[in-house]
Design a protein around this ligand. Structure first.
Ligand SMILES: *[C@@H]1O[C@H](CO)[C@@H](O)[C@H](O)[C@H]1NC(C)=O
Ligand SMILES: *[C@@H]1O[C@H](CO)[C@@H](O)[C@H](O)[C@H]1NC(C)=O
Ligand SMILES: *[C@@H]1O[C@H](CO)[C@@H](O)[C@H](O)[C@H]1NC(C)=O
Ligand SMILES: *[C@@H]1O[C@H](CO)[C@@H](O)[C@H](O)[C@H]1NC(C)=O
Ligand SMILES: *[C@@H]1O[C@H](CO)[C@@H](O)[C@H](O)[C@H]1NC(C)=O
Ligand SMILES: *[C@@H]1O[C@H](CO)[C@@H](O)[C@H](O)[C@H]1NC(C)=O
Length: 515
């Protein structure tokens, strides 16, 4: 099925490769893994993509590792995070409609075994830091109940970087009661109220550094899932990070650049902590965005078409790289097809586990990343979004699939313009019309999606449509529930916490939920 070498074989080939180097990976123990997920980080916003934003620490890790340049994520937060943590497409978890808004009773189904649970089974200490956003309406959905030994972060999709407070986030709901503004910051199951005023990029970087410095981290492998709040809106950054960008006249872009710089510094702190503890060579670092940049909040995806929320490349072609001494052929750009759902089986493999018996949509890409082998993946279902309607939102049907170099989009793909970074004039055509329709592109030849070939290649269109139909036949019903008024933080001591009891009462009552 999937081509995969055992870990032992991998280690053996590393030993053969670097037999003259004394420091090889300790083959008794799988590597530590740090997965860094940036939020709304645009394709054009990392130094090595020619950005005006400086990211020396990320660039250095990427240069000495493998840059993924045929790497795809989902167009928005919850979908990407759910696929990363479950290894399954949204059509198989019921999350195909969109994000989970704070008061919606929804989450990754409890019968999906999440990645950290698998890591724990093979002996890893598991830590989640930062944004969760895959459901919390019942305690059973919390990170600490889904495989993470520790959690330090927030449960909803966005909040203030300093007060760590958020409202419903739900764009069409007029809260009936109170402002629905509440604290969303937690250490494990306790609400954190004493960090009001401290920028979250400091808090989350510091938490990762503390875990790395912890003597326990020397004893066994750890898995840190560091899902930065950066660089999602609201646009907030300490002045010291923004002043170097005073020559960027667009205010959004300038502050965003500062937010990126802070995140880059945080990653630098983490790599320094690894070095200080002698863990650099035994730690694998994966860096990824969750979706394309939001051009209305400083992000940019030039020269790709569209942006966050769209099925155009600007929404889904992600920044990503892998760094670590266990990569057999580092200092490379990989153009092999990799998708965010692939991290699950890939990282389980690196950890020495297996995914036997799981119904995954991801592929083990370790050989692709480490040895430049061909990708076991030849296609990606970008999504099939049914018409998701309730009393507040109406989404129209849309879908996109990629087979080899070909991509078909049907329905309303979302924002379809090409947006140059602020300060750059559009060199050619930049306006795209948002319409409903059908488009076929050869992405290898036309990564900017400028030449629709759907009229010229009808057989291709049919082939890709058939594939969408096939995938659709495997889909579970989408869940997009109405918001639950009981979620209101005013009812929970001013905090966003699970507001329903678990279906089975094997967890502590929600009424005792820590504040
Ligand atoms: C979880 O249960 C649902 C409903 O029965 C099912 O559709 C889905 O495939 C199950 N998930 C897994 C991972 O088995
Ligand atoms: C945090 O501080 C701000 C003002 O700086 C205040 O408005 C807010 O209520 C505080 N939040 C909490 C949870 O104390
Ligand atoms: C990085 O570490 C330095 C030194 O401890 C600290 O001053 C700085 O705030 C840290 N930066 C981030 C983004 O956490
Ligand atoms: C701003 O200045 C920096 C450093 O001097 C430079 O690298 C960058 O390209 C400039 N950006 C703009 C938009 O002029
Ligand atoms: C880490 O590995 C590299 C070779 O991959 C080696 O040059 C270096 O000395 C090693 N560092 C440590 C601290 O073992
Ligand atoms: C897969 O892992 C399980 C433990 O999670 C183990 O019992 C089983 O033997 C493994 N299977 C293979 C094929 O390695």
């Amino acid at each position: 099925m999937q081509r995969r070498k055992s870990r032992i074989e991998n280690m053996r080939s590393i030993v053969t490769f670097f037999v003259c180097l004394s420091a090889v990976v300790n083959s008794d123990q799988p590597p530590n893994i740090i997965f860094i997920l940036a939020d709304d980080y645009g394709y054009h916003d990392i130094g090595y993509h020619g950005s005006e934003i400086k990211t020396p620490n990320l660039d250095k890790l990427a240069e000495s590792g493998v840059k993924l340049e045929n790497y795809y994520v989902q167009p928005i937060c919850t979908p990407t995070r759910s696929q990363l943590l479950s290894g399954r497409y949204q059509i198989h978890t019921g999350l195909q409609c969109g994000v989970i808004w704070a008061p919606q009773p929804n989450g990754i189904p409890l019968n999906d075994t999440l990645l950290p649970e698998k890591m724990k089974k093979v002996g890893y200490a598991t830590h989640a830091i930062g944004k969760w956003h895959v459901g919390f309406y019942q305690p059973a959905y919390l990170p600490t109940r889904r495989g993470f030994d520790s959690f330090y972060g927030y449960l909803t999709g966005r909040e203030d970087y300093l007060t760590h407070m958020t409202g419903t986030g739900y764009p069409y709901l007029q809260p009936k009661r109170g402002s629905w503004n509440g604290v969303d910051f937690h250490r494990n199951d306790q609400v954190v109220r004493n960090e009001n005023g401290t920028y979250s990029t400091y808090l989350f970087s510091r938490e990762a550094v503390n875990i790395i410095n912890d003597p326990d981290s020397q004893n066994g492998p750890f898995f840190i899932y560091l899902a930065y709040q950066a660089v999602h809106g609201p646009l907030e950054a300490p002045d010291s990070y923004v002043t170097p960008y005073m020559n960027i006249s667009d205010r959004n872009r300038r502050v965003y650049a500062g937010m990126v710089s802070a995140m880059d510094e945080g990653v630098g702190n983490i790599t320094r902590a690894l070095a200080k503890n002698g863990l650099s060579n035994s730690t694998l670092i994966v860096f990824s965005t969750d979706n394309g940049g939001q051009v209305h909040a400083g992000g940019n995806n030039w020269p790709l078409r569209g942006w966050k929320r769209s099925l155009w490349e600007g929404g889904i072609k992600g920044v990503g790289f892998v760094h670590g001494s266990m990569i057999n052929q580092p200092k490379r750009i990989s153009t092999k097809m990799i998708h965010v759902s692939d991290w699950y089986p890939t990282l389980v493999h690196v950890a020495g586990g297996n995914v036997t018996g799981l119904k995954l949509d991801g592929y083990n890409q370790w050989d692709t990343i480490s040895n430049d082998s061909d990708s076991p993946r030849t296609e990606i279902l970008h999504n099939i979004q049914p018409t998701c309607s309730n009393s507040y939102e109406n989404f129209t049907y849309r879908a996109a699939v990629r087979i080899g170099d070909w991509k078909l989009i049907v329905g309303n793909p979302g924002n379809s313009s090409w947006v140059p970074p602020p300060g750059m004039k559009c060199p050619t055509t930049c306006a795209g019309n948002v319409t409903t329709g059908m488009w076929l592109f050869n992405i290898a030849e036309d990564p900017e999606e400028r030449n629709d070939l759907s009229d010229a290649y009808l057989k291709k269109v049919k082939e890709l449509l058939d594939r969408i139909e096939y995938y659709n036949s495997t889909a579970v019903p989408a869940r997009y529930p109405d918001p639950d008024l009981m979620a209101d933080p005013a009812l929970h001591d001013g905090a966003w916490v699970p507001w329903q009891k678990d279906p089975e009462s094997h967890f502590e009552s929600v009424l005792n939920f820590g504040t």
